[in-house]
Design a protein around this ligand. Sequence first.
Ligand code: PLP
Length: 386
Amino acid sequence: MQGIYLDHAATTPIRPEVRQAMEPYLADIYANASSIYRQAQQARAAIDAARDTVAACLRARPSEVVFTSGGTESDNAALRGAAFAGQERGRHLVTTAIEHHAVLHTMEDLAARYGFELSVVKVPRDGIVRVSDIADALRPDTVLVSVMWANNEIGTIQPIAEIASLVRNAGAVFHVDAVQAAGAIPIDLSTLPVDLLSLSAHKFYGPKGSGVLFVRDGTPWWPTQSGGAQERERRAGTENVAGIVGLARALELAQVDRDEESERLSQLRDFVLTDLERRIEGTVVNGDRERRLPNNLNVSFDGVHGESLLVGLDLAGIMASSGSACTSGSLEPSHVLQAIGVPRDLAQASLRLTLGRCTTRGEAETALDVLDGLVRRLRSVSLAHA
Ligand code: PLP
């Protein structure tokens, strides 16, 4: 793609090694993995191998890996499945105000249409969920708690291990949306008491439309999609073999140089932030400065409308985002920024820059020059109209 791509939280390009691994399953090996002839058995073997790889990367059992069509499906399946399976024990659900809509809207739907009661835990200005606030929200009839590992807009990283222990001791099921965390943060499900966890391949240089739902053996959870017996009757539908193979390869590759890449990205991100703050007065960072994904920078520029900034950046060949991709185009400021108490005008002035494997220092410098000029221009235009 031409231009400077600074929107890796929205999606990432497929790595060449991943595309190469997928290739045979988009060409010759197209048989349905459920058929019995040899070609179909090749597809089945590829799915089995991918399951083993994903399980090894997450330190889970292969039987706990369910392939899905992505993060949204994994979140829906996790929450609906655990809520329905747990409804005899209790009907209280807990989540936080900064979740992705795939979680938030699913929880709200369970409350609005299926008689569950939902507590949405508030999150302070630093974008970090307080363990004590989750503890306060728990009740004897709480059956399910869902907290994201890393936020997709402001990149803040949540204290998942502590929340997991708390929820486990309270006897509720714990779901984690790890869609933004996977690839950047090590995930060890052999020690972490998480019951359900969602992943999406296109966030870690794999293909779109391919995800994982981890379901710990023994978790009270019902499949919500009916049809064929695929995925041991936990996710009906003909398997997306190429997508599954690509997801496994991408996850495997992400482990290889994760620490070096995270270090490189956080240094580059900090360089961008330091330079922005030096050059542009009224630069405000949204979310905690330290406890955030290494590639995420979310800033507001006082007096500048985020959408105008995005259009200006686009004209200069720079791709970025304000809030999450799912809400851009809507005039409402991001629900995450509103939830953490960013004033409306600053929330509407936000810009999310998310760096990636291919982002160079030169690209960052070009983006900084363009941004500096744009913010000055937009501010002088709004002054002229004031
Ligand atoms: N959860 C989080 C935190 C996300 O960032 C996203 C995508 O932006 C999703 C869920 C949805 O994933 P998908 O695009 O694979 O449906």
